[in-house]
Design a protein. Structure first.
Length: 368
């Protein structure tokens, strides 16, 4: 649903993450400072076209074999699944007409080969001692694990701060929805804050891929912090999306928001337009009314079809809120027991939201 980091690079990062056999071999080469050039492919036509000289290996891959073969100057050809070493000490001869911005011979060959074949090529610099991966027109430098881990930990700290801000804005929206005093500005701010949180998550996720087994703790921390945020964002959109001729679904609107440049995301008008609110200036004066999808999703044992039936019958959350048990019981799929559960749950939620906001105000005043 969301805009993701480049899928090719993501899959490559998973493939060569710390803890994998190929990464062990690459790290051994780094420590030995020998440098290396690796082409990963199963395409025999590419091998015939680009590979010159060397000798056939066709042996099962091990990190120690890769390390020993890297002591020779030529390129090493690995199978696409990284389970076989096909050739060693080979020369790659890509077209010289292909543009490259690299300077070293090994890196220039790697970039041209990747662009010409679309295959994964890994270059390890002997002088600079870094690993660079090329795939098609993509280029990515693998940083030291400690550096990536430090960035990921900083990202989690940033995520925690942004999550607190989002929670405070969501609590305000919760209380305002019960009191029927929501403005378009409240909705926009909640969506903006949710999206900012999810963009930080995207950044951390790419670092987790790069960390491999070393990123387990970071992932646990991240997952604990973000539980349900994207669902909240989607349901806010579903609650307030204006029905129009385009008939865009909430999922499509969420995708469009996820793809907004950061500058546009921070503009209230961008979010308002995507929600279907146009030709408004003062968003804090535009009253809007929730359908109730998000709040009703928090009621225990409430299937989505029952929520749809409720909203179809009552048209708005306020009508559901003031309905008595008999009125709720009349809705298809809701018996007396579920009707009581809905009334009791909504009452408890309203009390909890008021308490949460009072607690936030108290905490802010205490900090001053």
């Amino acid at each position: 649903m969301r805009k993701k980091n480049d899928n090719e690079i993501t899959e490559i990062l998973k493939m060569i993450a710390p803890g994998t056999p190929i990464r062990d071999g690459l790290e051994n080469i780094l420590r030995a400072k020998t440098g290396a050039l690796l082409l990963i492919t199963d395409n025999n036509d590419i091998i015939k076209e680009l590979v010159d000289g060397g000798f056939s290996i066709n042996e099962d891959y091990t990190s120690s074999k890769l390390y020993e073969l890297a002591k020779m100057d030529g390129a090493i050809i690995l199978s696409g699944d990284l389970k076989k070493i096909l050739f060693a000490n080979a020369q790659l001869i890509p077209s010289r007409d292909i543009e490259t911005r690299e300077t070293g011979t090994r890196h220039r060959t790697a970039e041209r080969t990747a662009k010409q074949t679309g295959e994964l090529v890994i270059s390890i610099s002997q002088r600079r001692n870094i690993i660079t991966i090329f795939k098609g027109n993509n280029r990515y430098i693998l940083e030291d694990t400690d550096v990536v881990l430090n960035k990921a930990n900083q990202g989690v700290q940033t995520l925690e701060r942004y999550k607190k801000v989002f929670d405070s804005k969501l609590n305000i929206l919760n209380e305002y929805e019960f009191n029927d005093i929501v403005t378009l500005e409240n909705v926009i701010i909640a969506i903006q804050r949710a999206e900012m949180v999810m963009r930080i998550v995207d950044e951390i996720q790419s670092q987790i891929y790069e960390l491999g087994s070393d990123g387990r703790l970071v992932k646990m921390q991240m997952d604990e912090l973000i539980g349900g945020i994207e669902k909240e964002e989607l349901l806010i959109i579903k609650d307030y999306l204006v029905k129009n001729k385009k008939k865009n679904t909430p999922e499509q609107i969420l995708d469009e928001i996820a793809n907004l440049p950061y500058e546009d995301l921070t503009k209230e008008s961008s979010i308002a337009r995507l929600l279907g609110f146009e030709n408004f200036d003062n968003y804090d004066e535009v009253a809007v009314y929730t359908r109730g999808y998000r709040i009703l999703s928090k009621v225990p044992r409430m299937p989505s079809n029952i929520v749809e039936n409720l909203i179809s019958s009552f048209k708005s959350f306020q009508h559901i809120l003031v309905a008595d048990i008999e009125d709720l019981d009349d809705v298809d799929g809701i018996g007396e027991v579920r009707a009581r559960t809905i009334k009791q749950s909504l009452k408890r939620m309203q009390e909890q939201f008021v308490f949460d906001n009072a607690l936030i105000v108290w905490y802010i005043c205490k900090q001053k």
